[in-house]
Design a binder for this molecule. Structure first.
Ligand code: IVH
Length: 694
């Protein structure tokens, strides 16, 4: 069905005639303009940049297909915005340009091929640096003293925001005077440089931005005060610099990274500019580096893309420039962008697409989750075809209909979700979705529990719940049976090779041979993997049972308290209530599970198959101490670090607060590190943690 809809959608696009294209182009133009106004003029965006890019992408694709639909007022035909009238205007000495975006390796190589027609590219050196997601700032220094700080504006004329940016600690009010030897070391003439610092005018450009941790803190305060939260760090930063009262701007703790020097101080390469900026007292990008060829550019891109989420501030790609300034100038400017540099962007976290259908999924606990079936769209390198709609309330809140164009977000490893519906793009034949009154799998009764947003299928024998329970049983945090995922479970259930989880351990290679996709080697391999998983810790075993309200954490607490599955199965409600950290909901759900006749049977059968290992005796060395882990640890995986801390009686939390005792900072520690510093929480290294764990 889904496949059919997918091909149907493709067909619709193919046969979209010019008339339809024209009407879509008009609608898209209005929508893009509307969001441009909200963003650039009012500074109150309602959708993210990547969602906006996605709309522009659809428009430019239609314009490519029907070039005579390109109108001079199309958002694809221009860059930038007008300065606001509140500040004094400043004309830039040289235009503040923008950059051409490339998104893929192929597009990057196409850029290279284009410039190779003007300059030889076989021995070309590049310089790569972070593309910080803030906003550009020009700083002029007269006789070494900060004179004017101005925004980009429309590229020619910006706004004088000097008083506000003076509050940014990363911007020097007076240029540092480098030592002669320092200047010589980077291959420049000390006389020339020092003369210009003390007597001339120097213009520095860079990016003003807000660290993620500062942004989170500001939003937390807004929330506490019952005020609207800000959309993203960049707009909050831009808004802060446009505050007419510098005292307010000062509170925002903005940051600045310098990336170019407009004045000729004798530098012949872009990397010298970075070195010199550092000598002049500016914060520069520590990741920036020279790149010898396309391969190095690509691996730099991959390396930074992986680190992106962990960085203290938002970046949306890399800036790759031709390193030689002479070649860079020779390449000139096309439109408003220099030909000698590109923004090699990272994929957006959001995109727009259409809702083809809304279906219901029945989970392990019987919860009915509505899911949007989407016209396939690439988000951050992943082909997204579904997004969760959470529950009926969320469907109402979004007012989402089949046929709608929506903004889908994919952040980290979580299931993509729909963040917004673009109502202006709603087609006439859109269809409302009515939540089913019966379970779509077993036709059983569904109930909305009091105080909960979810409808549940209350049929204990519902096949969907049964399957989901099996998926959970073999999953990573439970039995972790490598090679046994939902697809194979489905086949095993369909062929009646397993009825419940205990049957998994009885499987032999010969049972698997008849299944599609299995040959002798793969069947042996899966059975070996199943056998290997039989030895299991008590905590994992409890978790694998899939008792409602018993997640990883509660399973751990139960394991430590009862020390054996026998003790747990004999526990009374009173006993369960004594377990520290286990709440009332979990207690009654565990009791109910343990009393159920079928569960009792299953437990018996399981214990015949597997070997549950009791937790080792606890050392109380870290009792009462709370840890937060951030960044990448070198010798321990996050999970094993957590387990070790817990085994010594310590707690591990996911967010830093005043109650945190230690923040363990690995490589590329992110916003949690900043927060710990701010709150004065002790920060320790992995080595120090290992010492504590001895
Ligand atoms: S170089 C010729 N380097 O990206 C333009 N720009 O799309 C020179 N940006 O307006 C820009 N980080 O605000 C450059 N390391 C970096 C950057 C950077 C962010 C922004 C800048 C500019 C926009 C260009």
């Amino acid at each position: 069905m889904v496949l059919f809809l997918f091909w149907f959608a493709i067909l619709v696009v193919l046969i979209m005639d010019k008339k339809q294209a024209k009407s879509r182009v008009e609608k898209l133009k209005d929508e893009i303009n509307h969001h441009r106004y909200l963003y650039h003029v009012l500074d109150k965006p309602q959708i993210s940049d990547s969602a906006w890019d996605s709309l522009k992408h659809e428009l430019s694709e239609l314009e490519n297909k029907f070039p005579d639909l390109i109108a001079p007022d199309s958002p694809t035909q221009r860059v930038g915005g007008k300065p606001l009238p509140f500040f004094k205007k400043v004309s830039h000495s040289a235009p503040m340009l923008s950059l051409e975006d490339v998104f893929t390796k192929e597009e990057f190589e196409a850029w290279l091929a284009r410039i190779s027609k003007i300059v030889p590219t076989d021995k070309l050196d590049f310089f790569g640096e972070l593309k910080v997601d803030g906003f550009a700032m020009s700083l002029t220094y007269k006789k070494g003293i900060l004179n004017i700080g101005s925004t980009r504006g429309d590229g020619k004329v910006g706004e004088d925001v000097t008083e506000n940016i003076k509050t940014i600690q990363a911007i020097p009010l007076k240029l540092r005077e480098p030592k002669e030897s320092e200047i010589k070391n980077i291959g420049l003439n000390p006389d020339k440089v020092l003369k210009l610092i003390s007597n001339g005018e120097i213009e520095v450009r860079g990016e003003v931005f807000m660290n993620k941790s500062v942004f989170e803190k500001i939003n937390l305060e807004q929330k506490k005060l019952g005020l609207a939260e800000y959309a993203n760090p960049r707009n909050t930063a831009a808004g802060s610099v446009r505050q007419l009262d510098p005292k307010l701007a000062a509170k925002r703790m903005l940051d600045f990274l310098a990336y170019s020097l407009v004045i000729d101080l004798g530098q012949t390469e872009h990397n010298q500019e970075h070195s010199l900026l550092k000598l002049l007292g500016f914060k520069t990008d520590t990741e920036a580096r020279e790149l010898k060829n396309v391969k190095e550019v690509e691996s730099f891109w991959n390396e930074i893309h992986k680190k992106r989420e962990k960085m203290a501030w938002e970046i949306d790609g890399l800036v790759i420039s031709v390193n030689s300034n002479q070649t860079f100038s020779k390449l000139g400017v096309v439109g408003k962008a220099p030909r000698g540099a590109v923004a090699f962007k990272f994929p957006g976290k959001e995109a727009t697409t259409k809702v083809l259908d809304i279906i219901i999924q029945v989970g392990r606990t019987g919860v009915l989750t509505p899911v949007a079936v989407l016209d396939a769209v690439d988000i951050n390198g992943v082909n997204v075809t579904r997004a969760t709609l959470h529950n009926e309330d969320e469907i109402r809140r979004l007012d989402i209909r089949i046929g709608d164009t929506v903004i889908v977000q994919r952040a980290g490893d979580v299931i993509p979700d729909v963040v917004n519906v673009l109502k202006n793009l709603r087609p006439k034949n859109s269809k409302e979705f009515n939540f089913p009154k019966k379970c779509p799998v077993c036709a059983g009764e569904v109930k909305r529990l009091e105080g909960e947003a979810a409808y549940k299928c209350i049929n204990k024998k519902c096949p969907a719940q049964h399957r989901e329970g099996l998926y959970h049983f073999v999953s990573k945090k439970a039995f972790n049976i490598v090679g046994l995922g939902p697809e194979i479970i489905d086949k095993l259930v369909d062929e009646s090779l397993i009825k419940d989880s205990s049957d998994i351990f009885k499987l032999e290679p010969k049972n698997l041979l008849g299944l599609e996709g299995f040959a002798e080697i793969s069947a042996d391999k899966l059975v070996a993997s199943i056998q290997k998983s039989k030895k299991i810790s008590l905590a994992r075993f409890i978790y694998s049972l899939g008792i409602i309200h018993v997640g990883e954490e509660t399973a751990n607490l139960l394991a430590v308290y009862f020390n054996s599955i026998e003790n747990l199965s004999l526990a009374s409600e009173e006993d369960l209530k004594k377990v520290p950290g286990v709440g009332e909901k979990a207690t009654s759900s565990i009791k109910k599970w343990l009393e159920d006749k079928e569960n009792k049977e299953l437990l018996k059968k399981l214990l015949k198959e597997v070997e549950v290992q009791r937790p080792p005796k606890l050392s109380k060395k870290l009792a009462g101490k709370t840890f937060v882990l951030t960044g990448t640890l070198e010798s321990l995986s996050r999970d094993s670090a957590k387990e070790k801390i817990r085994l010594m009686g310590g707690d591990v939390s996911s967010s830093v607060s005043k109650e945190t005792d230690y923040v363990v900072a690995g490589e590329n520690a992110g916003s949690k590190f900043d927060k710990a510093e701010k709150l004065g929480v002790k920060i320790i290294s992995e080595r120090e943690l290992l010492k504590m764990l001895e």
